[in-house]
Design a protein around this ligand. Structure first.
Ligand code: SF4
Length: 487
């Protein structure tokens, strides 16, 4: 490797020349395209293995065949692992591997910023509520929750979806109604955005203009998007399963990502033919900030996560594969539907018979005007986003939290992975008794405190404090969100 190349690995973007930046972007884009083709099209492995140079030339990918082999061939698996795990070994990584790793690290860092900062509402009740749901999800959907951004707002522009994917994780119904950008609807939409901005804060600008809908079903999507950008100065992310429906329209949407502030878009690939079309119609540079999600079984990396939504007629938890979060829902807050003028509160959960889409939806209300929509939002925050443990309700742990022996001793462990709460490490002598009473599920907070202070030399304030910690951690069942436990 040339000395200059090695030195450039330590430079920040603003220390590099435009030519170097251009070269690195191109390298990352071509590497990404190669990896996506390899992961998506069933015949690419054989073609590449047979003649790697011819394969790369055919697809106009300006990358070193040996560097691509390093990234994908099994014979380099040990070496990849060794270099990946050794922070001092970055100079030994081929340049394509180094730059692509850097690209992914930046993307994950941006996602983590969204989780910790950008998607955090400014409303104090919402902040606490969202934090509690994020903690709950760590056990309630498993470790994958760490990748969920928990954005506090999604706006659906239609009722239902025209695509009908059999893998739909949100059980979207058939397309029934589209909200067109009429003068009246546009005015209401702009007012709703402004109210959401006021109530939720800047975090509302990291929401989306779709949820259980296909954004490109709406012929006026771009006009709504423009209003969104005017309000929040940020392009809302789209996930579309019909990027191939009107290539030039899709191209214009993607190009906007590079000219305004925006993060990424996602294309769901429904079939080999669709993947081939996307690769043929878009250059690697155009799709640098577009994630491709192959959702067809012929794709070498296809994993049938997540068996929720339309497929799950009768959900048996034991059928869900290990590590599957049982939900694809990244939103945690309000969903406003412009087509039917409804507003609902949602929060992700592991799918069950009661919540087959892996989403709890404790409340849905209808509005006639933007003012009414804002009023309902504020009411929902007040009624459903409670910050303190309910006074009179019996308290109990979520049913997926099981008491068992783990490598840390006596523990609470989630059936869905994600967390282990080591009870032996708790310093208060009555901590396990509090857990036992929560396992009983018959005592309210005052009764728990009374029982514990009767049995131990414990200060009531400290027992309340402990219960509050368990509440904040999302261990204690919230009947406002999930209904009564018997239901
Ligand atoms: S996955 Fe998206 S495009 Fe497909 S049916 Fe569901 S909402 Fe529609």
């Amino acid at each position: 490797m040339m000395e200059k190349d090695l030195r450039s690995r330590r430079l920040m973007n603003d220390q590099m020349t435009p030519e170097d930046l251009e070269r690195i972007n191109r390298l990352v884009a071509d590497t990404k395209r190669f990896l996506e083709m390899y992961a998506t099209l069933p015949y690419v492995r054989d073609e590449f293995n047979e003649d790697s140079e011819a394969f790369l030339a055919k697809h106009h990918l300006d990358v070193d065949p040996e560097e691509m082999k390093f990234l994908v061939n099994d014979e380099y698996a040990q070496e990849r692992k060794r270099l990946d795990e050794d922070p001092d070994a970055i100079d030994l990584l081929p340049e394509a591997a180094f730059r692509f790793r850097q690209f992914l690290a930046n993307k994950f860092a941006a996602r983590d910023m969204m989780i910790d900062k950008y998607c955090k509402p400014s409303n104090p009740r919402m902040i606490k509520w969202r934090e509690r749901q994020m903690n709950r999800c760590l056990a309630g959907v498993g470790g994958v929750n760490k990748a969920f951004v928990h954005c506090p707002l999604a706006i659906e522009l239609d009722l239902g979806c025209s695509v009908g994917c059999d893998f739909c994780g949100l059980g979207a119904p058939k397309l029934q109604k589209i909200c067109r950008y009429t003068e009246e609807n546009a005015a209401m939409f702009r007012q709703i955005l402004a109210d959401a901005h006021r109530i939720i804060g800047d975090a509302a600008g990291f929401g989306t203009l779709y949820l259980a809908t296909e954004p490109l079903d709406n012929p006026d999507y771009e006009l709504f998007e423009e209003d969104f950008v005017k309000e929040f100065r940020f392009i809302p992310q789209i996930t579309t399963a019909v990027a191939d429906r009107d290539i030039e329209r899709t191209r214009r949407l993607v190009h906007k990502l590079y000219s305004s502030a925006g993060f990424i878009h996602r294309f769901t690939l429904r079939s080999v033919e669709m993947a081939e079309k996307i690769f043929a119609k878009f250059t690697p540079m155009e799709l640098l900030r577009v994630e491709l999600l192959p959702m067809f079984p012929e794709a070498p990396t296809f994993v049938p996560f997540t068996v929720v939504g339309g497929q799950a007629k009768h959900v048996k938890e034991e059928d869900v594969r290990e590590g599957d979060p049982g939900t694809i829902c990244c939103a945690d807050g309000f969903v406003i539907n412009m087509a039917e003028k409804s507003i609902r509160l949602i929060t992700p959960c592991h799918m069950t018979d009661k919540f087959p889409n892996g989403v709890a939806e404790p409340v849905k209300r209808y509005f006639e005007s933007a003012d009414e929509c804002a009023k309902i939002m504020e009411e929902i925050i007040e009624e459903y986003m409670i910050t303190d443990i309910p006074d009179e309700e019996p308290l109990r742990l979520y049913p997926y939290l099981e008491r068992c022996e783990t490598m840390y001793g006596d523990s609470l462990q989630s059936r869905f992975g994600g967390m282990i709460f080591a009870l032996d490490k708790l310093s208060r002598p009555y901590a396990k008794r509090v857990i036992e009473l929560l396992q009983d599920g018959t005592w309210n907070k005052h009764e728990i405190v009374r029982i514990v202070t009767g049995e131990y030399d414990a200060n009531p304030e400290n027992v309340f404090w402990m219960l509050n910690q368990f509440w904040k951690q999302g261990y204690i069942y919230d009947s406002r969100l999930f209904g009564s436990i018997q239901a």
